[in-house]
Design a protein around this ligand. Structure first.
Ligand SMILES: *Cc1c(COP(=O)(O)O)cnc(C)c1O
Length: 508
């Protein structure tokens, strides 16, 4: 991959007066009218300092920018837990069908029967796959599903007069959103330890479980890629104390059609449609995090739910104890749509095959990675596994992050790094079901090669990318998501306040 060419910022291409277009002369009253009506303080000093470029330079700029990203369509992307599986292009075509894509969310039920039927079916499929009968499609992402389900649990306990249940137990291997959602929903998050095998420490769970426990949030298979073999015991312990079991079903890739959370004792779960059922995601969205719950929790679900009355579909707002709306309209329908396509295309046998292949691929890759890296929790894994670069750090002062950065030079996206927190120098890998043996081998070969490389080179990687090691905390806390004029520019752009001293004559 060579993206270092044509890295010119579009600003540097700017030449006063260049345009992608020529507009006809303005035939509405000139802006002087506006200037008379609006107080000075609301008036811009002039047009924004946008770069002035011709169409060909603009097209090259954006096309080159787009090629700087890694994506599942361009590179192997073994991001554990977050699941970057292939997004079938057929779904994009179907989602763009005008009958669906051109709907307006405020249309009447009578004019949206097709979409409502699809959403109703999606509710039923998700209920069937989870073994939990009542579904809300509203939550916009996994973390939002967690929060919604915890609100549902809180409403349920309030209704039963059990407001003393203040605690939500969370294993130390859990995704960070679990304790965060618990806190946001007004509970106190309490950590439960993992044992040496990477599974929930039952003694620690028993010690922390009490009459004040509301919910135990468990990820199964857990974030180490291990199935919690004691899940039945765990759910029985919780139910004996009157608590609820929440399954973090963000990633269902190992168990589709093989086992169901409802069958192993969970009372509620969320799905990440964007992870398990191929909603293209990344960069913070879009997602879809429907929840499925047991019958006795259904009265508290967000309204509306999609109901079937006779042979018609309608939105049912009559959910008397509903926690209320958690999302405008019906959730991220575009992602639900793609999930629906995936489920319908594969059918029950196909979904099961997805999980079988995801587990097979993960175990194959795990066996190859073990040739050069520690894999602390032994035994077969589910859809993902966690390796560690700790011996590499000890022997060669090369960190997990360095390995990840070096992988980029070889054209592979990095695995999930430094998560779960229970494994030092964690490299969490999820190859997904669609990758070929050749791709898995190529990736493993490179990982083993990096292990032998000159540490200086690995620590300075990547060497082939324009942006190498950004400040990730700053990037997350202070994201720059829209165009800004660059501070500290030597020469002011035409049309700016600085250039024209408040009397601009730049872009039309
Ligand atoms: C991704 C993930 C979440 C959160 O899902 P978002 O859609 O990113 O909010 C929660 N739990 C696990 C295990 C995950 O992998």
């Amino acid at each position: 991959m060579n993206n270092t060419q044509s890295t010119d910022l579009v600003f540097d291409l700017s030449h006063s007066g260049r345009r992608c277009h020529r507009l006809p002369a303005c035939d509405v009253p000139s802006s002087s009218t506006v200037r008379e009506l609006l107080p000075d303080e609301y008036l811009a000093a002039g047009p924004p300092p946008l770069p002035e470029v011709g169409e060909i330079d603009l097209i090259r700029h954006f096309t080159n920018l787009s090629a700087r990203n890694m994506s599942i369509d361009t590179n192997f992307y073994p991001l554990g837990s977050c699941t970057m599986k292939y997004n079938p292009k057929r779904h994009e075509r179907l989602a763009a069908l005008p009958g669906f894509a051109d709907l307006h969310p405020l249309q009447s039920d009578d004019t949206t029967q097709g979409m409502l039927e699809l959403l109703h079916a999606m509710q039923e499929y998700l209920a069937e796959i989870s073994g939990l009968p009542a579904v809300s499609l509203q939550p916009a992402a996994g973390a939002h599903g967690e929060l919604t389900a915890l609100y549902v649990a809180a409403a349920y306990f309030r209704d039963k007069g059990q407001t003393h249940r203040k605690k939500v137990l969370v294993p130390d291997s859990a995704h960070g959103t679990n304790p965060a959602s618990a806190a946001l929903a007004g509970f106190e998050a309490v950590t439960v330890k993992s044992n040496a095998k990477g599974l929930v420490d039952i003694d620690d769970l028993k010690a922390k479980l009490g009459d004040d426990t509301a919910v135990f949030m468990i990820t199964n298979p857990n974030t180490l890629g291990l199935f919690e073999r004691q899940i039945q015991t765990i759910t029985e312990l919780l139910h004996a104390k009157g608590g609820l079991v929440y399954l973090d079903g963000a990633n269902m890739n190992a168990i589709l059609g093989i086992t169901r959370p409802g069958d192993f004792g969970a009372d509620m779960q969320h799905y990440n449609v964007h992870k398990t059922f191929t909603g293209p995601h990344g960069g913070g969205g879009p997602g879809s995090g429907p929840i499925a719950v047991r019958d006795f929790l259904a009265p508290y679900l967000p309204a509306p739910v999609v109901a079937k009355v006779g042979d018609r579909y309608r939105l049912n707002y009559d959910v008397p104890k509903s926690i209320g709306r958690v999302r405008s309209f019906f959730g991220n329908v575009g992602i639900l749509f793609r999930g629906y396509c995936y489920i319908r295309t594969l059918g029950p046998d196909g979904l099961k095959a997805v999980s079988e292949n995801a587990v097979l691929n993960a175990n194959y890759l795990r066996a190859r990675v073990k040739e050069g890296y520690d894999v602390p929790h032994d035994g077969p894994c589910m859809h993902e596994f966690v390796a560690s670069a700790r011996s590499l750090l000890r022997e060669r002062k090369v960190k997990a992050m360095d390995v990840c950065k070096r992988l980029l030079d070889y054209g592979f996206h990095a695995p999930t790094v430094y998560f779960p927190l229970v494994v030092p120098e964690a490299l969490m890998m999820e190859p997904t079901e669609t990758e070929s043996k050749e791709t898995l081998d190529a990736f493993a070969d490179v990982l083993l090669k990096i292990r032998q490389e000159d540490p200086e080179i690995v620590r300075a990687a990547p060497h082939t990318h324009t942006i190498c090691r950004p400040d990730e905390v700053k990037a997350a806390k202070e994201p720059i998501l829209r165009w800004q004029s660059r501070p500290g520019r030597a020469t002011p752009l035409p049309g700016t306040r600085e250039a024209t001293d408040g009397n601009p004559a730049g872009a039309p």
